[in-house]
Design a protein around this ligand. Structure first.
Ligand SMILES: Nc1ncnc2c1ncn2[C@@H]1O[C@H](COP(=O)(O)OP(=O)(O)OP(=O)(O)O)[C@@H](O)[C@H]1O
Ligand SMILES: [Mg+2]
Length: 329
């Protein structure tokens, strides 16, 4: 047997184990601590969003889970299988859709999938059936033979990239930013495919820096920043714990000083000045935020450089925890 065939055969993962169980994972590159002591558990059947800004360490973390990068320390198990001890068994139960497209541009879609399926030891009718099923899942049956996938649209390439990870019918699927640069139609197609796979029992870890995608798709979320998970739990739970309304105001120095003096008289409001000089207030009650900002605009700063009122969402959770807007950092 080849190692890939061993991986396919060795799929008897523990039914009661967590889908992912990470403990104390650390990975540094030169002076950058890309993953800084991550411990994280994902239950079987979950649809979880791993959300964090550029450079937060998301890809490094999943590269360690996929066995593509070796962590400096810590332990990772997929369905109870230790990735350091039995990497080939992990490959049999885990599908990874990489952030960078991993397809052969000069081949057609079916040829690409036949190639990847053969790498997993699939042959003959089984290979044909799995390729046909994967093409159907991502809506590429009509473009199976031609053109060569180098001529596909961005969305079609992304869908093929997903199909390649489904051929060995993994129990756990990790997707690293699978919708970057594609139109809303392709995005919705991918969302429907993932919902279908999850409803059939597949555990899905969806890596993204788009908060709206997590809100639309996922039941649970882990927010990662600077290589650490800074908050995790069910979407409802995270919003209930941190779901404040935020006001962000950029004011001139004198206006900011007067606004801060006003805020001192409102003990129910928490506020801070962020590193980039934005005055940020948070309140549990949206109306309180609206009232306060109305007063500031009327009495102190009629022409602020910027003024934003953000109702509770994952975005306000992230800003509240880190003081930064997700895409700015
Ligand atoms: N092979 C490498 N060599 C050196 N530094 C690296 C390497 N891979 C990642 N890094 C650094 O580790 C940090 C985390 O990078 P990583 O790609 O994991 O982030 P990310 O959260 O996936 O970001 P993005 O949203 O941009 O994909 C960054 O500072 C990055 O520059
Ligand atoms: Mg990445």
């Amino acid at each position: 047997m080849t190692t890939a065939q061993e991986a396919m055969a060795g799929c008897a993962a523990s039914e009661s184990a967590a889908a992912l169980e990470l403990s104390g994972i650390v990975k540094s590159f030169d002076h950058v601590r890309a993953v800084d002591g991550t411990s994280w558990t994902v239950q079987q059947g979950d649809f979880v969003g791993l959300l964090g800004p550029n450079g937060a360490g998301k890809t490094t973390l999943i590269s360690i889970i996929a066995g593509l990068v070796k962590g400096d320390s810590g332990q990772a198990r997929v369905l109870g299988i230790d990735i350091a001890e039995e990497p080939n068994r992990v490959k049999g139960v885990l599908g990874v859709v990489p952030q960078d497209l991993a397809i052969y541009p000069e081949l057609g879609a079916r040829e690409n999938l036949q190639f990847f399926g053969a790498m997993y030891g699939l042959r003959g009718q089984e290979l044909k059936d799995r390729v046909a099923d994967a093409l159907r899942r991502v809506g590429l049956e009509d473009r199976a033979a031609r053109p060569a996938v180098g001529k596909f649209s961005g969305g079609q390439k992304r869908r093929l990239n997903i199909a390649a990870a489904l051929l060995h019918r993994p129990q756990v699927l990790i997707l690293d930013e699978p919708t970057v640069g594609i139109d809303p139609q392709s995005r919705n197609y991918i969302f429907d495919t993932l919902r279908e796979l999850n409803s059939e029992g597949m555990t899905i870890v969806y890596v993204t820096h788009y908060m709206q995608e997590v809100e639309a798709l996922c039941r649970t979320v882990a927010i990662v920043d600077h290589g650490r998970i800074i908050e995790e739990g069910s979407l409802d739970g995270v919003l209930a714990r941190h779901g404040t309304s935020l006001v962000r105001l950029t004011l001139h120095a004198e206006e900011q000083r007067r606004a801060l003096a006003l805020l001192e008289k409102h003990p129910g409001v928490t506020y801070r000045v962020t590193d980039d000089g934005v005055l940020q207030l948070s309140t549990r009650v949206l109306q309180d935020a609206v009232d306060l900002v109305t007063t500031i605009l009327k009495d102190i700063a009629p022409n602020p450089e910027t003024c934003q009122i953000l109702p509770p969402s994952l975005e306000t959770v992230f800003i509240g925890l880190t003081g930064n807007q997700l895409r700015d950092v």
